[in-house]
Design a protein around this ligand. Structure first.
Ligand SMILES: C[S@@+](CC[C@H](N)C(=O)[O-])C[C@H]1O[C@@H](n2cnc3c(N)ncnc32)[C@H](O)[C@@H]1O
Length: 302
C-alpha cells in the first residue's frame, strides 16, 4: 500500500519525475487557468472580499500552490488594479522548475505564513497517496471510504495532511479547487473501481510509474475539509463562479459582440455541469467568516 504511494511520488517528483523535469498541464490536459482570464477575475473578486475582511492590510498575499505553468499567478498579477495592485504579493509554489513571470515570486516551498488568499488549483489531485484493493484496512478508509472485497480505492490521508498544513499557514482564506468525490457517493459504491488515472498529451493512458505520464486521482475534498477544520464551505465551481459575478450571458449584439461571445463561451466552459463546473470549491475562512466571502450556496454534489 505504502509502496504504491512511493512509486507514484517518484514517478512525478523523483529526479526525473514528470513534474520535476518541467512538464506542465498545458501540454497534457486542460485546466481552468488555461481556459482564459475569467477564473483569475473571479479569484480577484474573492481576494477583494478577503482583503476587506482583513481590514485592507499593507501587504496582501495571493499564493498559488501547485502552480504548474504559473498561468493563474501571472493572470492574477496582471489583472490586479488600484490600491490592491500596489499591496499585492503573488507567489507561485511548485516542485517543478522555477519560471520567470513578471511580478510573480516563484518558490518550491509553501510560505510559512500567508495573509490573504491561498489557492490550490488542481494541486491536491497531484499529491500521491496509497492505492488499495479491498479487503483493505486503514483508519482513513474506515472513516472516509468503505471498501468491499475487490473494490479499489485511494487512501486520502496524505492529501488531508497537505491541505491541513497549507490552511494552518493562512490568515484570510484558503481555497482548494479540484475534481473529487464525497463520502455519500463513495459509500454507495460509485467509485468502486477507484479513480487513479494517467494522462499524457491530452489522452488518458494506462498508468505506469516511469515518469512518462501525469498520475492523478480524484480528491476526497470532504475529508480534506474535516482535516483542516475551522469555518469552511464545499460548493460547486458552477455556483461559486456565479456568486463571484461570473455568469457569462450571451451578448445580444453590439460592436463587441464577438469578444463578448468568446468570453461567454469561456465562462460556460468554466461553469459546465459534468465538466469544470462540477469541480469542488473547498473554501476555508481563517480569522474571517466564510459567510463574508460567499453567500449560502447548495452543497457540492460532484
Ligand atoms: C495538475 S498540476 C496543476 C497546475 C495548475 N495549478 C493548473 O491548474 O493548471 C499539479 C501541480 O502541483 C504541483 N505540486 C504537487 N505537489 C506539490 C507540492 N507539495 N508543492 C508544490 N507544488 C506541488 C506539481 O508539480 C504540478 O505542477
Amino acid at each position: 500500500m505504502v509502496e504504491s504511494e512511493a512509486l507514484w511520488r517518484e514517478a512525478l517528483y523523483g529526479p526525473s519525475g514528470f513534474f520535476t523535469r518541467g512538464e506542465v498541464p498545458a501540454d497534457h490536459f486542460r485546466t481552468a487557468p488555461l481556459v482564459g482570464p475569467e477564473l483569475a477575475e473571479a479569484l480577484l473578486v474573492l481576494l477583494d472580499r478577503v482583503d476587506f475582511a482583513l481590514g485592507r492590510p499593507d501587504r496582501l498575499d495571493f499564493v498559488d500552490v501547485g502552480a504548474g505553468g504559473g498561468e493563474l499567478s501571472a493572470t492574477v498579477r496582471s489583472l490586479a488594479s488600484g490600491s490592491l495592485a500596489a499591496r499585492l504579493v503573488v507567489t507561485a509554489v511548485d516542485l517543478g522548475p522555477a519560471r520567470s513571470l513578471p511580478g510573480v515570486r516563484w518558490t518550491s516551498a509553501l510560505p510559512s505564513s500567508v495573509c490573504g488568499l491561498l489557492v490550490g488549483h488542481e494541486w491536491l489531485d497531484a499529491v500521491p497517496c496509497p492505492l488499495v484493493t479491498g479487503p483493505a484496512s486503514h483508519p482513513w478508509l474506515d472513516r472516509w471510504w468503505p471498501v468491499r472485497p475487490g473494490d479499489r480505492a485511494e487512501v486520502g490521508a496524505p492529501r488531508d495532511a497537505a491541505w491541513a498544513d497549507a490552511v494552518s499557514r493562512v490568515r484570510g482564506a484558503a481555497l482548494a479547487v479540484d475534481y473529487g468525490h464525497v463520502l455519500a457517493d463513495r459509500a454507495a459504491g460509485r467509485y468502486a473501481s477507484g479513480t487513479f488515472a494517467a494522462y499524457r498529451e491530452g489522452r488518458r493512458v494506462t498508468p505506469v510509474f516511469d515518469g512518462s505520464c501525469d498520475l492523478t486521482a480524484h480528491v476526497a475534498l470532504d475529508a480534506c475539509a474535516a482535516a483542516a477544520g475551522g469555518d469552511w464551505v464545499l460548493v460547486s465551481q458552477r455556483d461559486a463562479l456565479a456568486a463571484l459575478g461570473l455568469v457569462g450571458r450571451a451578448p445580444a449584439g453590439g460592436p463587441d459582440w464577438l469578444a463578448a461571445a468568446a468570453r461567454a463561451s469561456r465562462i460556460a466552459e468554466l461553469r459546465a455541469e459534468g465538466g469544470l463546473g462540477s469541480f469542488g470549491w473547498l473554501l476555508h475562512g481563517v480569522g474571517v467568516p466564510v459567510s463574508s466571502l460567499l453567500p449560502p450556496l447548495p452543497p457540492w454534489q460532484p
